[in-house]
Design a protein around this ligand. Structure first.
Ligand SMILES: NC(=O)c1ccc[n+]([C@@H]2O[C@H](COP(=O)([O-])OP(=O)(O)OC[C@H]3O[C@@H](n4cnc5c(N)ncnc54)[C@H](OP(=O)(O)O)[C@@H]3O)[C@@H](O)[C@H]2O)c1
Length: 435
């Protein structure tokens, strides 16, 4: 009997040695035997690149070739795969991926911004070259949602999906509810603890979640990744008062990324939403992420786990490397790029659903009649109304929940209500979803 032929190692070059890059090096070192068994061949690092060679990263880099220029590494290193862990939709990250694919190397990336902006073009390039472009770590960190949607759920049409895709926002909303503190205060603390970036815009304005949603939507509906199709609203305007009223009404406020196929097309939206306490996502707290999918044969699946951090994200990067080592090269967005077809986008105005509305009102006679008339004229009907105790002439919050109503009609009614001199700030609106 012949001895089994030992397969050549998969050689990996890593661009970017920050949180995820150093984490990936650690997993590849600590799990070497397990990975060799699972991949059927060793997975070894051949080269690395970052900006500062002298920086201490807590991992031993001495065995790897060092490149100051990551693009040069992508072109010249002795590697089968280039792992891009630099970040950003343009600049070196994009150049590294293009150079690697151009030079005939597979690419693994954790970069949702890059894929949201250039995913189709990069997928096209990978396909032309017969190479893999893998990105499990780009959406929901350690949750294997990309593989689940691309492969495990491939037999299904996905009717809808929704998820908590930004751990920073979820941490802020959870802490606001638990402590009763306001948004700005909790955001500053999150920045001190390292849960939020110094520039938190991408997270708190919903852009990061939108990048991830656009990728999931492509996998679910076989459409090109299209960030412009996502309606985006972040959490800056959520106040401690809204969180308090949500609890009183039996809801939790979550920043959700949502997509569903309606009569008018695919709705893609990131916005704060009130979810009932018995919804799967109501109890996903802190920095955790979760995704719920509804498929026609499989029904509902709920995925929950850590959405960020060195360990979970490196776990996802290494899973992609195992696929490449095994030769499992799948179409980037589940189908060949030519089979991705744009579909109409459902305008938010056409959405029919329930809403929470908070008005800040100067309590004087006739105000309620004005509010009721504006709602009646747009055929918007109120389900509940909550008003806190006050003295005449004081500003008071008035909270209404609305029965199913068309968003456009509600917006028109609230425009009229908001123009009243009894309103001290614009009406605040949060969707209520019953998943
Ligand atoms: N952190 C997470 O939990 C997480 C989760 C999911 C996805 N991601 C994604 O993973 C990617 C990496 O994130 P990260 O948190 O690891 O970032 P990070 O800690 O800021 O690390 C970025 C790395 O890129 C290197 N770099 C930056 N510009 C470079 C350039 N021009 N040439 C060469 N190297 C350059 C930096 O080098 P120096 O170290 O020398 O400065 C650093 O090592 C991003 O796309 C991010 O969105 C991160």
């Amino acid at each position: 009997m012949n001895a089994p032929r030992s397969l050549s190692p998969l050689k990996v070059a890593i661009a970017g040695l920050g949180t995820v890059g150093a984490g990936t090096i650690r997993v590849l070192a600590d799990q070497a035997a397990l990975l060799t068994a699972r991949a059927g061949r060793p997975v070894v690092i051949s080269a690395v690149s970052a900006r500062d060679r002298a920086r201490e990263r807590g991992v031993d880099l001495s065995a790897f070739a060092w490149f100051d220029d990551p693009v040069e590494m992508a072109k010249r290193a002795e590697a089968d795969v280039v792992v891009e862990l630099i970040g950003g939709s343009e600049g070196p990250a994009k150049a590294v991926c293009e150079a690697a694919l151009g030079a005939g190397r597979h690419v693994v990336t954790a970069n949702k911004a890059l894929l949201a902006h250039h995913g189709v073009a990069l997928a096209q390039l990978a396909e032309e070259k017969g190479l893999g472009l893998f990105y499990e770590a780009a959406v929901a960190g350690g949750i294997p949602i990309i593989k689940a949607m691309r492969e495990g759920l491939a037999a299904n049409d996905i009717h809808s999906l929704h998820g908590i895709l930004n751990g920073t926002c979820n941490y802020i909303l959870t802490t606001m509810r638990e402590t009763g503190r306001d948004f700005e205060d909790v955001l500053s603390e999150a920045q001190e603890l390292g849960y939020a970036e110094a520039d938190p815009t991408f997270d708190i304005d919903g852009i990061d979640a939108a990048h991830k949603l656009a990728i999931l939507v492509s996998l679910a509906y076989r459409v090109p990744v299209d960030l412009d199709a996502v309606t985006i609203q972040g959490i800056r305007h959520i106040s401690a008062l809204d969180i308090d009223f949500a609890t009183e009404l039996g809801y939790r406020i979550k920043l959700l990324a949502m997509a569903h196929k309606g009569a008018g097309g695919i709705e893609q939206r990131v916005s704060p939403v009130m979810v009932r306490l018995d919804a799967p996502l109501a109890h996903v707290e802190g920095v955790y992420n979760a995704v719920v999918t509804e498929g026609d044969f499989v029904g509902r699946n709920v995925f929950e786990g850590r959405g960020a951090g060195a360990g979970p994200t490196a776990s996802a990067v290494v899973a992609d490397l195992i696929d490449i080592a095994r030769g499992n090269i799948t179409p980037v967005f589940g189908v060949p790029v030519g089979a991705l077809k744009a579909q109409p986008v459902e305008a938010p105005d056409g959405h029919v659903g329930r809403y929470y509305v908070r008005l800040m009102v100067v309590d004087r006679p006739g105000v309620f009649a004005e509010v009721a008339a504006a709602l009646r004229d747009e055929k918007v009907s109120m389900e509940t109304i909550v008003q806190r105790a006050r003295d005449p002439g004081e500003t008071v919050p008035v909270v209404m929940t609305l029965h199913d109503t068309e968003e456009g009609a509600m917006v028109r009614a609230l425009d009229r209500i908001g123009a009243s001199d009894a309103m001290v700030e614009p009406p605040r609106v949060i969707r209520i979803e019953t998943f």
